[in-house]
Ligand binder design. Structure first.
Ligand SMILES: NC(=O)c1ccc[n+]([C@@H]2O[C@H](COP(=O)([O-])OP(=O)(O)OC[C@H]3O[C@@H](n4cnc5c(N)ncnc54)[C@H](OP(=O)(O)O)[C@@H]3O)[C@@H](O)[C@H]2O)c1
Length: 174
């Protein structure tokens, strides 16, 4: 795996919902653990997120530890040193891809950033937590373009009476 490609990580409900009132509509500790372990890896990865997702992170999780935190904004130019700022996803991926200290790049939302990420050929994998419930969300994951196929799916997990599973979709090689 090279860092010139990247993966999307997303949890969505059965209506493709991913967010409500600027936050995650659910609290599923098994999914949070999956997200933390996947994106942290051995401690040399980068996570890229939109400015609204960055703003929504609880103070206790900000920046996400042991990962380079990258934030996308067309307006912000100042950072307090806890994260890097880019005004273009393509540039962020390209710069991180050239950084030999970065092993893997994960695009972690929200909807605006997922939409652009799905158009880039460097987007090779989608780690999708599929939640079998509906939360009346106001933010949605875009339709997945043709070319991705499901390579693995976990057994279903149940937490607080909610069932979910972990799916991995990969882009078919051309
Ligand atoms: N379920 C999940 O897995 C998951 C994951 C992440 C987030 N979420 C949820 O998703 C919601 C937030 O998503 P969102 O779509 O509203 O916001 P978002 O994608 O997190 O952030 C949008 C912001 O990113 C910047 N931006 C967007 N496109 C850009 C581009 N092409 N280049 C540079 N900067 C760009 C802009 O920042 P400026 O306005 O500063 O210019 C824009 O306002 C929240 O509810 C959050 O909890 C869910």
């Amino acid at each position: 795996m090279t860092a010139s490609s990247f993966s999307i990580v997303v949890a969505m409900d059965k209506e493709r919902g991913i967010g409500l009132n600027g936050k995650l509509p659910w609290k599923l500790s098994g999914d949070m653990r999956f997200f933390r372990e996947l994106t942290t890896g051995s401690g040399h990865n980068a996570v890229l997120m939109g400015r609204k997702t960055w703003d929504s992170l609880p103070a206790a999780f900000k920046p996400l530890p042991k990962r380079l935190n990258g934030v996308l904004s067309r307006n912000r130019t100042d950072t307090d040193g806890t994260h890097k700022l880019w005004s273009s996803l393509k540039e962020a991926v390209s710069e991180l891809g050239r950084d030999e200290n970065i092993q893997e790049i994960f695009v972690i939302g929200g909807a605006q950033i997922y939409s652009e990420a799905l158009t880039l050929p460097e987007c090779q994998r989608i780690y999708l937590t599929a939640i079998d419930a509906a939360y009346s969300c106001d933010t949605f994951f875009p339709e997945i373009p043709p070319g991705f196929h499901e390579s693995t799916v976990s057994d279903s997990v149940e937490e607080q009476g909610i069932r979910y599973c972990f799916r991995l979709l990969e882009r078919a090689s051309q």
